[in-house]
Design a protein around this ligand. Structure first.
Ligand code: HEC
Length: 179
């Protein structure tokens, strides 16, 4: 039996099939790729109960604390350029290049995502830097539940650089550029 399998494999390989594909078609060859393990992204693995974060927890930013946050990043071109990069990576798909809420996946542009707001209206321009930071960290906790959470993707000073870039978009909208 085994020798027949060997002949079959040899013939298939000789016929130009890739050896690894041939081996996988015979169940008695155990290949590590087919093992009974949980594949990456197949199932979320929660930390073991009682796990303590070693990097500390982030304080929740809500409407009562947001306005007290102080932007530590000066609006230098370095900060704004970094913010632009982060905006184009994470925000543009919904909010659009100029911030009007018309990015490719927003319903305003025929996409599937409803409720996307403009980030360049006068109302948003009057909001504090801390509010914008709060939306980026977790829109839920500052009363914008329709926006997914980005605090796990945009971290550290990147959030403030993003705030600085949103300010740039607001200034451009005010001056009539980018409409
Ligand atoms: C998947 C789509 C989506 C992405 C991506 C997204 N947002 Fe939003 N955003 C929304 C929606 C929807 C709302 C309105 C939420 C609500 O009203 O509950 C919103 C609201 C906002 C607001 C509040 C506007 C107001 O009127 O108060 C700001 C500011 C904002 N987003 C900034 C950002 C930034 C910065 C990023 C990039 C990290 C981002 N958003 C990424 C969908 C998105």
């Amino acid at each position: 039996m085994a020798s027949r399998a060997l002949v079959a494999v040899t013939l298939l390989v000789a016929a130009g099939c890739r050896p690894e594909d041939v081996i996988h078609s015979f169940s008695w060859f155990s290949a590590m790729v087919t093992q009974r393990s949980i594949k990456p992204y197949a199932m979320p693995r929660d930390p073991v109960e009682g796990t303590v974060p070693v990097t500390g927890l982030e304080p929740v930013v809500d409407l009562s604390t947001a306005d007290r946050l102080v932007n530590p990043r000066t609006r230098t071109s370095e900060s704004i350029n970094r913010g632009k990069f982060v905006y184009e990576t994470y925000c543009l798909v919904c909010h659009g290049e100029a911030g009007h809420g018309d990015g490719p996946i927003s319903s305003a542009a025929g996409g599937p995502f409803f409720g996307v707001r403009s980030v360049v209206t006068d109302t948003v321009a009057r909001r504090s830097d801390g509010y914008l930071y709060g939306v980026i960290a977790n829109a839920q906790t500052v009363g914008r539940p329709l926006m997914p959470r980005y605090g796990d993707k945009v971290r550290g000073v990147d959030r403030w650089d993003l705030v600085n870039y949103v300010r740039t978009l607001q200034a451009l909208a005010r001056s009539g550029v980018g409409r």
